[in-house]
Design a protein around this ligand. Structure first.
Ligand SMILES: [Zn+2]
Length: 388
């Protein structure tokens, strides 16, 4: 899905975003290629490209000559044209990372702080933002993105439990984040951030329709459709952890019984009977895991399910290995080019995605992934001095 520009002079700020987004998503391109992709004239694109080069967002690279004639110039993102800070708050603590425009992680830090209260978390975030900024003192920091466990703002369920954060329900998270960081701030549910990270920089890079299953302290997930997360009315779509899987099963802090994440999550893993090995646990939960896979496949028809999260890599790998023999679903096809289940190696997907939220939030013409209750008014980085 490519957004189109508009050939009206007053639309130039929008068109700048369109051109930048075209290169961010589609990779390096010539002026002519950009023009045909976004529906602008080559003349307009050339003007915009010159501005973006002046602002150091883009670099012109002369390709190697292949035959006679002058080789074309392609436009690349300038990796150091901007930086973003990604933050992840979990029931285990607060993590932060600094990412450049090319998606490279330039540094990260993790602070343990079990079940942080909002004030504990924002104190830590303030410190960590300072540490990350110090890694590129003269760099243009575009913004900060924060990921935290969902579901967001669910009123009929208390969701006070080991997999969620207690005391956060009425906190103006985005405003507090902006206050402690002094940067444009963006927030999303951790699964949405991680899915975005996997899509932009991980195993989902070549897959336009995938479901990202996030194995964290709890269990969550997000369907990525054409590279964009399906959000639902309140931003909680795909929240698989509270799907009832076991009638009369284990009680869940959400108020129901037999929820999937009572069986399949780091929290349930940590509560396995003492002496039970990891392998034995995986064997025990395999039928439940396979039911979850079929539910996801039958609901969303993804090309693949990508399993990632903050679980140890060998646990993710053992779960993915059980998919050698999967029960049938609408996803059992002979014409598959990807496996039904893929392991995501990147434990930093959440941070990657959180930082990408800030880049998209500031530079992209669309894509506000902030939950509907806490939307931010878009600033223009090309006119408010950030791009100076
Ligand atoms: Zn539940």
């Amino acid at each position: 899905m490519v957004l189109r520009g508009t050939n009206q002079e007053k639309a130039r700020p929008y068109n700048r975003r369109i051109v930048l987004e075209c290169i961010r998503n589609g990779g390096p391109a010539t002026r002519g290629e950009i023009a045909s992709r976004v529906g602008l004239t080559v003349q307009t694109v050339s003007t915009i490209v010159r501005e973006l080069e002046d602002q150091a967002y883009l670099l012109s690279v002369r390709e190697q000559p292949k035959g006679r004639g002058l080789p074309p110039t392609t436009l690349h993102l300038n990796p150091n044209g901007g930086y973003a800070i990604g933050i992840s708050v979990t029931p285990l603590g607060v993590d932060a990372a600094l990412m450049n425009l090319a998606g490279e992680m330039l540094g990260s830090v993790a602070r343990s702080c079990p079940h942080p209260s909002p004030s504990q978390a924002f104190d830590l975030i303030g410190q960590l933002v300072g540490e990350m900024r110090a890694l590129r003192q003269d760099g243009r920091i575009l913004g900060v993105g924060l990921a935290m466990p969902g579901p967001f703002d669910v009123q009929s369920m208390s969701f006070v439990g080991p997999t969620t954060l207690d005391g956060w329900s009425d906190v103006p998270v985005r405003a507090r984040l902006e206050e402690v960081s002094n940067l444009p701030a963006f927030i999303a549910v951790d699964t949405v951030a991680a899915a975005l990270g996997v899509r932009l920089y991980g195993e989902g890079a070549g897959i336009s329709q995938f479901y990202y299953l996030h194995f964290g302290v709890g269990l969550g997930g997000t369907m990525m459709q054409d590279g964009v997360p399906i959000r639902g009315a309140w931003g909680n779509a795909g929240e698989i952890g509270h799907v009832p899987i076991m009638p009369g099963g284990r009680p869940c802090p959400c108020g129901n019984v037999g929820c999937l994440e009572r069986y399949l999550s780091l929290d349930s893993f940590s509560q396995r009977p003492s002496g039970q090995s990891q392998e034995a646990w995986v064997q025990e939960v395999t039928p439940i895991f396979h039911s979850a896979i079929r539910i996801i496949e039958n609901l969303f028809d993804p090309q693949a399910i990508v399993l990632g999260g903050i679980a140890p890599a060998d646990l993710i790998d053992q779960l993915v290995a059980t998919a050698d023999v999967l029960p049938t679903s609408i996803s059992s096809r002979y014409d598959r080019t990807t496996p039904r289940l893929i392991a995501s190696a990147g434990r930093q997907s959440v941070l990657h995605g959180a930082a990408a939220l800030a880049v998209s939030g500031v530079l992209s013409p669309r894509q506000d992934l902030t939950p509907t209750t806490d939307r931010v008014r878009k600033r223009d980085p090309f006119s408010n001095g950030m791009a100076a």
